[in-house]
Design a protein around this ligand. Sequence first.
Ligand SMILES: Cc1cc2nc3c(=O)[nH]c(=O)nc-3n(C[C@H](O)[C@H](O)[C@H](O)COP(=O)(O)O)c2cc1C
Length: 331
Amino acid sequence: MDLSTTFLGFTLKNPLIASASPLTASLESIRKLEDNGIAAVIIHSLFEEEINRELRQIDHFLHANSESYAEALSYLPAGVDFENIQAENYLKEIMRVKAAVSIPVIASLNGVSAGGWAKYAKKLQEAGADALELNITYIPTSVDMEGPTIEQMYIDTVSTVKKHISIPLNVKMNAYFSNPANMAKRLVEAGADGLTIFDNPSRVDVDLELLTALRQANITSSASLSETLRWCAILYNKLGCSLCANTGIHSGQDVLKAVMSGADATALASVLLLHGEGEIRNILHDLTSWMQEHEYESISQMKGSISLSHTDNPSAYERNSYMHALQHYRS
Ligand SMILES: Cc1cc2nc3c(=O)[nH]c(=O)nc-3n(C[C@H](O)[C@H](O)[C@H](O)COP(=O)(O)O)c2cc1C
């Protein structure tokens, strides 16, 4: 049974990647992920805001005492929060993880602008990251901001980051565009070698005791897989880039559905947070059992087999399927 697949130019031993989460923030759990069979790991994100804070602190440190006497130069200026120097720690973490595991290690930058923080991409490459994932999550709140402005912000961020690296760049995109397929194409033109379909936004709720809004990381289930499958099927073989299915991959069956829809790989977070690193073995077991039962020999054999690339008019197909689903509801 050949479970191997290609993603961002790497040959992965199977299509399971650990998505960025607290499990990929510790070397101990990354080792467990590898021991249980994960094929690659995406380290938890370093945020633009963390890098900018550090850049401001360094600037403050360099200039705060510029008017002082030489004897005073060794004083630490007030206001420099050395506990918060996240970005440098992140680089050290990449080095430690790279030295400890043999699977591809993908660093993750999380930001929304084309600012100076993007230079950190180069540092991540120099620290040994095999590839970089860029998560751009921007929630527009202004009723005056028009869609094209936001889209251009995404494109500019991708092309700025791309300029700083020669390792593959994976863009973790969201579905909130009037035409995600066109946005995907433009992200690839701007420099993305792969796309993760899709990021999962934080969950909004209200705490009725504290009377406050809550924003929580969203723990998904297989029921969240629908949009991932839809857009993998639409984008398969359209863009000349890798596709990674994300959000709602919880079982071997979910992996099969994603690969048949057109994904090269799948990224998992919630299922591993819920059940631990050992769940990877169960998912791989279910995946191979199903393939054996249905006489499939390889992942590549089934890739994209139910994608929309086999459909003459995908838009008409989507519209007909939508009408059919509403008109033929059976409880
Ligand atoms: C607790 C938690 C922390 C996460 N941290 C990150 C992060 O640092 N960077 C990122 O790009 N995504 C992060 N994510 C999103 C996941 O990587 C993943 O995209 C999302 O949870 C959907 O996949 P899933 O259905 O397998 O959970 C986080 C998710 C959770 C639940």
